[in-house]
Design a protein. Structure first.
Length: 189
C-alpha cells in the first residue's frame, strides 16, 4: 500500500517532526530508482501512526505490520540502534516503546533485551501504562473478538487520539463546530 501524506501527525499537535528526521534509502524496483524510508524509519512511521490513531478498526492489522517489520529487519546490522536514534531525534520514543510492547503482547515479537530496555525507559508511569494496557489490548484484538468492553475502549481511543492531535481548546471548538454544523444541516432538511 502506498501511504502519501504531508505530515505524520498534525502540526497543531506540537509533535509534527520534519520529514528529514526520517532516514531514507534508494531502492531499485522494476528499473526505477525510488526513495523509501529505511527499515528503522518504516517501523517508526508505523508505530507513530498506530499510537496517534483514533480509529482502531484496523488496529490488529497495524500491530501485525509492526511485528512483521520488527521480525523482518531484526537481523539487519544497526536496525535497532537506528530505530532508537530516529525515535530520539523525532521525540517518539514512547510511541515506539508502546507499539513494541503491544507487538510483544500479541505476537511475542523478539526484541533484543538491550533495545527493549532502552524503549521501556520512555514508557509512561505505571498507572498510565496500566490504563494503556487495558485500552490497547482491547483495541488491537482481531475484529471477530470485539466485545462491549472493546466498544468502550474504541470510544476512549477516539477521544485520546483527538487529544493527542490537538490541544483541548481546539478539540472543544472543533467538536462544538461539528455539532453546530450537523444540527444546522438537519434543521435545513
Amino acid at each position: 500500500m502506498l501511504d502519501l501524506h504531508h505530515t505524520i501527525v498534525p502540526p497543531i499537535s506540537g509533535r509534527a517532526p520534519a520529514l528529514r528526521d526520517f532516514s531514507t534509502q534508494q531502492v531499485e524496483f522494476k528499473g526505477l530508482t525510488l526513495t523509501t524510508f529505511t527499515p528503522a524509519a518504516m517501523l517508526l512511521h508505523s508505530a507513530v501512526h498506530l499510537m496517534f490513531e483514533e480509529d482502531f478498526s484496523k488496529g490488529f492489522r497495524d500491530i501485525s505490520d509492526i511485528h512483521l517489520l520488527a521480525s523482518e529487519f531484526t537481523e539487519l546490522d544497526g536496525f535497532w540502534s537506528e530505530l532508537i536514534e530516529q525515535a530520539q531525534t523525532t521525540g517518539f520514543e514512547r510511541e515506539v516503546g508502546l507499539a513494541l510492547r503491544y507487538s510483544q503482547h500479541f505476537f511475542a515479537t523478539k526484541i533484543p533485551t538491550k533495545y527493549s530496555t532502552s524503549f521501556n525507559k520512555h514508557l509512561p508511569s505505571r498507572l498510565i501504562l496500566w490504563v494503556y494496557d487495558i485500552l490497547f489490548t482491547e483495541l488491537l484484538k482481531p475484529v471477530d473478538c470485539l466485545t462491549t468492553k472493546s466498544r468502550i475502549a474504541s470510544y476512549t481511543a477516539l477521544i485520546r487520539g483527538h487529544l493527542k492531535k490537538m490541544p483541548l481548546h481546539v478539540l472543544l471548538y472543533h467538536t462544538w463546530h461539528k455539532i453546530t454544523v450537523s444540527r444546522t444541516k438537519k434543521e435545513k432538511e
